[in-house]
Design a protein around this ligand. Structure first.
Ligand code: NDP
Length: 286
């Protein structure tokens, strides 16, 4: 049973070690990668995410800048801050923690980040690059899932991958990456008819919905690889995935837990994207 569980903590630890070595190499050439994170408001979950990004950035030897802005901040003040960071040579990655207060247009903010510093991979240019199969920044969560699959020895070639969820942050980029890896891809969403009939065809099933335990054994084919992106705070106060882990475990050939699965990979890939950006900046400066 043990071997079935894909250990996101361990794989993310390996990725972070690799990033740390990469940072040391860049520093030896006189370049310190820098990540700026902007937090608007005081949402406790967002503040916790930002704190953990700051700690990880520093632990890997990178320069970290956290900009905390008032809940009432205007869109133009936030855009001015992004413009400043776009022009700051010490910063290679800019991340605006979402969600933003309602007076601020999220899409306009994302579009204001220079695509070369868009380490979250949400800018329309990077989304287009992913679609076109060109190099660019790929959103951290789906990128982390691809690393998990690869390092767990999952062969995607010709396999049927079903992604439940079609957000710009997870579902859509996930589907594009699986397609690039030669899987046959189906995307499901809230209007999909007879979801279990489709998910039961999946060799690889990715659940990115945000509904606790919605994927049960009736959704899963025997031997499927099950990836659970969902992070839901349960009535018990604990974190739960979109997959009913205990009941799906017997059918799955491998499965990611929540917590300790996809979550830790996301931050590791943010670090990896920041290193990639700094490496590119160094090469271009020569
Ligand atoms: P969104 O709310 O943006 O998207 C959810 C998707 O699920 C939508 O496409 C929606 O369909 C679909 N959906 C909703 N209800 C159903 C249903 N009954 N059947 C089938 N599909 C349904 O969420 P995100 O993509 O941002 O996040 C998804 C989950 O992943 C959340 O729990 C989030 O917390 C978590 N997450 C975890 C991360 C990590 O690091 N582990 C990172 C990012 C997110 P429609 O488009 O039709 O509305």
């Amino acid at each position: 049973m043990e071997g079935k569980i894909i250990d996101g903590k361990e794989i993310s630890r390996q990725v972070k070690e690799e990033v740390k070595s990469g940072v040391e190499r860049l520093k030896a050439e006189g370049m310190t990668p820098g990540l700026a994170v902007i937090l608007v408001g005081d949402d406790p979950a967002s503040a916790a995410y930002v704190g953990s990004k700051e700690r990880t950035t520093k632990a890997l030897g990178m320069h970290s800048e956290v900009i905390r802005m008032d809940r009432e901040t205007s869109e133009s003040a936030l855009l001015d801050e992004i413009t400043r960071l776009n022009g700051d040579p010490a910063i290679h990655g800019i991340l605006v923690q979402l969600p933003l207060p309602e007076q601020i247009d999220e899409q306009r903010v994302i579009a204001a980040i220079h695509p070369d510093k868009d380490v979250d991979g949400f800018h329309p240019e990077n989304a287009g690059r992913l679609m076109a199969g060109m190099d660019g920044f790929v959103p951290c969560t789906p990128l982390g899932i691809m690393v998990m699959l690869e390092r767990s020895g999952v062969d995607l070639n010709g396999k049927h991958a079903v992604v439940v969820g079609r957000s710009n942050i997870v579902g859509k980029p996930m589907a594009m990456l699986l397609l690039q890896a030669n899987a046959t891809v189906t995307i499901c969403h809230s209007r999909t008819e007879d979801l279990p009939a489709i998910t039961r065809q999946a060799d690889v099933l990715v659940a990115a919905v945000g509904r606790e335990g919605m994927i049960g054994p009736e959704h899963v084919k025997d031997g499927a690889v099950v990836i659970d992106v969902g992070i839901n705070r349960g009535e018990d106060g604990k974190l739960h995935g979109d997959v009913d882990f205990e009941r799906v475990l017997p059918a799955a050939s491998s499965i990611t837990p929540v917590p300790g699965g996809v979550g830790p990979m996301t931050i590791a890939m943010l670090m990896s994207n920041t290193l990639k950006s700094a490496g590119k900046a160094l090469r271009e400066s020569r």
